[in-house]
Design a protein around this ligand. Sequence first.
Ligand SMILES: C[S@@+](CC[C@H](N)C(=O)[O-])C[C@H]1O[C@@H](n2cnc3c(N)ncnc32)[C@H](O)[C@@H]1O
Length: 306
Amino acid sequence: MAPLVLRKFNSTLFKSLELCGRRGLSAAATGKPLPKEEKSSEYAKGETHFGFETVKEEEKSTKVHKVFEDVAQSYDKMNDLMSLGIHRIWKDIFMQRLSPVHGTRLLDVGGGTGDIAFRYIKFLENSSARDPTKVESHVTVSDINKHMLDVGKSRAQSTGVLASAENVNCSVDWLEADAESLPLPDASYSAYTVAFCIRNVTHPQKLLEEAYRVLQPGGRFMCLEFSHVENDALRWLYDQYSFQVIPVMGHLVTGQWQPYQYLVESIRQFPGQEEFKEMIETAGFRFVTYENLNNGMVAIHSGFKL
Ligand SMILES: C[S@@+](CC[C@H](N)C(=O)[O-])C[C@H]1O[C@@H](n2cnc3c(N)ncnc32)[C@H](O)[C@@H]1O
């Protein structure tokens, strides 16, 4: 029995390595340069990137949709495995930086399976700043992918988050919508969060403009996203882990490697900290700042609508 299991494991591992190699992603390990990181302005009109692939703009959202449809059921488990649980700490820090008060109306875009919204509710529950029974708070979890939202809804039931929301007088709703054109009125939220989503959006600038539109004056925009590791040695190590280990791990655990290949490629395509800060300012936000976590592996950007 044991040798049979071992043989199956070895053959799956071999297949995964072979598949990854085919895409040239062993480049990081062999010392070959990784594909050039192109800026959106360097694409022909109507074209953009899907990971390291150049695709028509209208194709990207279909492909991204397929990625998250495929990973929805294993999303939370894989997040823990791939980041060794560190994504939980990043999200906790993100919520601490937002430090919401009772009465906040939060829109969490690309909210997926609810990690940010659930932290928001827990934060309110642990905060005694005001009498929560008197002040009404709200969170809308918005995502383009119904499969991700469905996993989020059942998690909300099974983890007792809905009971916590009730305790703090916080209403929760779920909205299937594209971040680039939200079916929401102007100036209807006091805070907007987006975590690990914006790099998947075809026109990130449109997401930022929508964030600006739906926020009330004084409202805060906050983004948690993979960014650029600053230290050369750390970046090399991170590249080895990303390109050599993550797609293989995805294949071993879920039987799929493409979504995880896309994940690591899309991270490399996203603008660096300073360029993204300028994009947020271009959308109209003021007092834009960012904070690197783990040497820039991820960054928290923040800005205000004044
Ligand atoms: C990596 S998950 C992040 C989920 C969650 N925010 C978290 O931190 O765990 C990215 C999410 O962005 C969503 N997404 C991708 N493109 C989107 C778009 N154009 N509009 C809204 N959501 C989008 C995906 O469906 C997916 O649920």
